[in-house]
Design a protein around this ligand. Structure first.
Ligand code: TNX
Length: 527
């Protein structure tokens, strides 16, 4: 039955001969908030005359208000107005220092109004995300919001999503569209993989050949790495100005961009440009196939260290993130074993071929630390003595992460068993695109327990976050990027944000509503 106020609105609309329509919101959102308490009060009504006010917090809160009005307009067609002062029929955004947790928020709806409050504008932003995900996704004149109090905060402080723009590069406009998805899923880190064997994708002013030569491959292997090639040169890169644009776009949405410069392996792009950085001196080619390549940086050559530091200087200038990802994965030792310079370096420092990489990583870490930043490395960097201050990204399952936490490292869980979104969502191809392999269905993503019981209680706080990765060897098109991450990103968001006990059927019912929101923006979503 309609409440009286809604009936009045409807009647008024009909009297004005407007095509009146009305729809109710629903707080069954993804990720599930910590607590949702429905109140007995009458609902709040949003119409085009509803205003949004933000009385404290300056520019950031104004931007938040703008996000909210845009989201409501995109989903429902109702364009609310910003207002300087709170009034009747108002959605108020405000800073409340009594709320603890810098990402926590409270969203309350009553007949009199809606308030979203948090200790920080960042917290308010997550309240706005919850509100927008509660909205109907049809064009209406009137939305009714049932009275409610929602108190919410995330489980993990690091909630990331990765995109490999090295194997295939995607337009700046798409990178932004991808960041919009992160925001919708309450994520706060965009891990941007921008260098690899198949292409160097970020302008470095001191080393112009990196993008001139290192960002192009002559052709690309077709299908499952079978020796058949497309014969078409492939390349491109992001200028520093473009990368800064991404940093700003993400920051407006409370997302930190962590760049990854993968070293000392996955470096064929750089070796093509500057062959002296390799053990054999080359010549080298930007890779046209996928996999792990024997040619890596020469760790016996001092110029390699200054090259890496110079590159990192420019990277740290572009990216203000506290963390810089230095890769460290899949670096074969074959060349070092045969290289007189590497062997001399190992001898001089009482190292072995196997511990050269940890020497390199520790040295790079010290440099990054001297600039006030920290490093993240893939779990391979644990394969030698490594400083505890390095944060480990556990990708070969969760056990490297457990080991790292036990040694006192901070850890980000990104196990390929659960969170490699380049893997199939179905058993085999099943009519979808050809992919690298693997099988990570939605339920598997949802089931991940990032803090397994075998981590000693006092070391659990070292698991700072969770992230999924999208490697793009087999993903050349933005529509396939979307297909691979949706809807698995929704399950990931729930693992990252929600502390509540898991309930897969409940998740699925909330996901069916989120799918409608994906539809509004035209995302390509797997069924
Ligand atoms: C392993 S994950 C890699 C990537 C590949 C990926 C494919 C990691 C640190 N290294 O270079 O793209 O597998 O799934």
């Amino acid at each position: 039955m309609f409440k009286k106020s809604i009936l009045m609105t409807l009647l008024a609309a009909i009297a004005c001969n407007v095509n009146a329509s009305i729809s109710s919101s629903n707080y069954n959102v993804v990720p599930k908030p910590l607590s949702v308490t429905e109140d007995k009060d009458q609902p709040f009504i949003i119409t085009a005359s509803t205003t949004v006010s933000c009385m404290s917090g300056g520019e950031e809160m104004k931007r938040n208000a703008q996000f909210l009005t845009d989201y409501v307009a995109e989903a429902t067609g109702i364009r609310m107005q910003a207002a300087e002062k709170a009034s009747k029929q108002c959605i108020r955004l405000f800073i409340n220092n009594k709320i603890t947790g810098k990402e926590a928020y409270r969203l309350s709806v009553s007949k009199k109004g809606v308030t979203i409050e948090a200790a920080t504008p960042r917290g308010v932003f997550y309240g706005i995300q919850t509100l927008r995900k509660s909205l109907p996704t049809v064009k209406v004149d009137t939305i009714t919001l049932p009275a409610v109090t929602i108190a919410d905060e995330p489980r993990f402080s690091y909630r990331g999503m990765h995109l490999d723009c090295a194997r295939h590069i995607f337009p700046l406009s798409f990178v932004k569209r991808y960041i919009d998805l992160l925001a919708m899923h309450n994520m706060n880190v965009f891990h941007w993989h921008i260098t690899d064997d198949q292409g160097w994708r970020i302008e470095i002013k001191k080393y112009p050949e990196l993008t001139k030569k290192g960002s192009w491959r002559p052709e690309t292997v077709i299908g499952n790495n079978f020796p058949l090639f497309d014969g078409t040169p492939y390349g491109g890169f992001y200028t520093q100005e473009e990368a800064r644009e991404i940093v700003r776009y993400a920051a407006d949405r409370y997302i930190t961009v962590i760049p990854e410069i993968d070293m000392p392996g996955h470096m064929l792009g750089a070796l093509k440009a500057y062959p002296d950085l390799g053990c054999t001196g080359g010549p080298y080619e930007v890779a046209t196939t996928w996999g792990v390549f024997a040619d890596v940086l020469c760790l016996g050559n001092e110029n390699v260290y200054s090259f890496c530091q110079d590159v990192l200087d420019e990277i740290m200038d572009i990216f203000p993130a506290n963390y810089i990802h230095i890769g460290g994965d899949e670096a074969p030792r074959d060349r070092w074993a045969e290289c007189s310079k590497c062997q001399a370096k190992a001898h001089e420092l009482s190292l072995t071929t196997n511990t050269l990489q940890s020497y390199f990583t520790n040295r790079i870490e010290k440099y990054v630390n001297s600039k006030g930043r920290r490093i993240i490395g893939w779990d391979e960097i644990l394969e030698g003595p490594i400083n505890k201050s390095a944060t480990i990204m556990s990708w070969r399952g969760i056990s490297p992460g457990v080991e790292a936490a036990s040694k006192g490292h901070d850890v980000i869980m990104t196990p390929n068993s659960h969170l490699y979104f380049d893997y199939y969502q179905t058993e085999g191809r099943n009519g979808g695109p050809i992919l690298i392999g693997g099988y990570v269905p939605l339920e598997k993503v949802y089931s991940l327990n990032p803090i397994p019981d075998d981590i000693p209680a006092d070391l659990r706080s070292h698991i700072i976050g969770v992230q999924a990765n999208l490697w793009t060897e087999y993903i050349a098109y933005t529509s396939i990027v979307e297909y691979q991450v949706l809807p698995r990103m929704a399950a990931l968001a729930e693992v990252q944000w929600t502390s509540a006990t898991k309930d897969y059927p409940d998740f699925l019912s909330r996901l069916s509503r989120l799918r409608e929101l994906y539809g509004i923006y035209g995302y390509n979503v797997a069924k």
